[in-house]
Design a binder for this molecule. Structure first.
Ligand code: LLP
Length: 387
């Protein structure tokens, strides 16, 4: 099996489990994003902080010049603390509290992606109390499906996100009549881990229709924000560490009819950080079961919940053994039967003390860790630290 390259001797000095971030992969990914998006003068990329807010990772992303996309006051704070410029911070979310809105107003963020009429009214009121004008875009639910796991589609009419297309004109007119908000444009996000470009084409077609409808009312958007969603190749983290950004941006360039001067914003999370991270864990026991054997790790669903929550696949490598392969169910120590990373997988023969890498875990890994079973949160190390 071809495996990733890891500083194994350094790993042996550290307490497991921990996340390891290969900053070369991250920097190469960011350079590719800047190169491919940079081909189109009005494309602006924000990083979706929700995928990974480790400060060491955020620093590298901020240095690359990307903006920040947030879905909570805590994420706005993380962006501010990581040094993202205020005018590159955008904030979506169906349930923004007064405290979160006030914090964002105090930091003059670039744009609130507003998801309901009551929220618009509250932002207008709170901005008035501060004598400020909040810039807003409306998150529209485009009723466009995506070929991905049901728990991570967001753009269907049945989902809780955004404002329905029928209400779009009314809310824009409301915003235009308010003194303390400024209408900037429209925001969308149809889901995550999307690999079929046709899903993004469907979104482009829908946005084109909506823009035509608005043009009839002489409403012009300064910006269109198409959210994130580009997927990664979980099966091949070694061969294909960088997603096909060229194809992704070219799809939007080809199918979305932008008006002169209009900005196009993106909010990519998984595609930015997914492949740079691995969860490194030690084999605590190899246990013979009935007709199978288990590799029991010191990492569990509290460290990486994606397999248990979405039946997600993460490639697993035994990075300290070259012995002939055997078949294992790789499981964690948590008292839940769903605490299984992968069943019936062929791996180099495992021994107590071997190190396993769970690959493609840079996105929605460390950030979704919990303290269930009173476990400690995993730490995160970068390749720059472990040289
Ligand atoms: N913008 C908004 C408004 C979002 O809700 C999301 C993700 C993104 C951008 C970034 O999407 P990405 O480029 O990463 O696909 N925990 C799940 C994924 C949930 C995604 C939620 N929203 C997982 O582990 O697969």
């Amino acid at each position: 099996m071809i495996k990733g390259t890891f500083p194994i001797e350094k790993f042996r000095e550290l307490e497991t489990p921990f996340y390891y971030y290969d900053l070369k992969v991250l920097r190469d990914t960011l350079a590719t994003i800047n190169k491919e998006a940079g081909k189109y003068e009005n494309f602006h990329v924000h990083y979706a902080i929700k995928a990974n807010a480790n400060p060491k990772v955020l620093k590298v992303i901020r240095e690359s010049g990307l903006g920040a996309d947030c879905v909570s006051g805590g994420e706005v704070r993380a962006s501010v603390e990581a040094g993202f410029p205020n005018d590159k911070i955008v904030y979506a979310g169906v349930g923004k509290t007064d405290k979160e809105i006030n914090y964002s107003l105090d930091h003059d963020i670039f744009c609130f992606n507003v998801e309901s009429v009551p929220e618009l009214e509250v932002i207008n009121e709170l901005a008035a109390a501060k004598g400020k004008v909040a810039q807003v875009a409306f998150r529209i639910n485009p009723n466009v499906g995506a070929h991905t796991h049901a728990n991570i589609t967001t753009g269907l009419a049945e989902n809780k996100f955004g404002i329905s297309m029928e209400d779009m004109d009314t809310v824009i007119e409301m915003a235009q009549s308010m003194k303390n908000v400024k209408f900037l444009g429209l925001h969308f996000h149809i889901g995550s881990q999307i690999l079929e470009m046709d899903d993004f084409v469907a979104l482009c077609n829908r946005i084109n229709e909506l823009q035509e409808q608005l043009a009839k009312h002489h409403i012009i958007c300064e910006l269109i924000n198409v959210g994130g969603g580009l997927g990664i190749d979980y099966g091949h983290p070694n061969h294909l560490p960088i997603p096909n950004f060229a194809e992704y941006f070219a799809t939007y360039h080809k199918f979305l009819k932008l008006q002169p001067g209009q900005q196009l914003h993106f909010e990519l999370g998984r595609a930015v950080v997914g492949q740079c991270g691995s969860l490194i864990s030690k084999v605590t026991y190899v246990k013979q079961g009935t007709n199978k054997q288990f590799a029991i790790l010191d990492a569990g669903m509290t460290d990486l919940i994606r397999p248990a929550l979405y039946q997600a696949y993460h490639r697993i490598e035994n990075i300290t053994s070259d012995e002939a392969e055997e078949t294992y169910d790789v499981v964690g120590p948590i008292c839940e039967s769903s605490d299984v990373f992968l069943k019936a997988v062929d791996l180099n023969k495992a021994h107590r003390g071997d190190l396993f890498a769970l690959r493609s875990a840079g996105a929605y890994g460390e950030i979704m860790a919990s303290r269930y079973n009173c476990r400690e949160l995993p730490k995160g190390y970068t390749s720059d630290e472990l040289v």
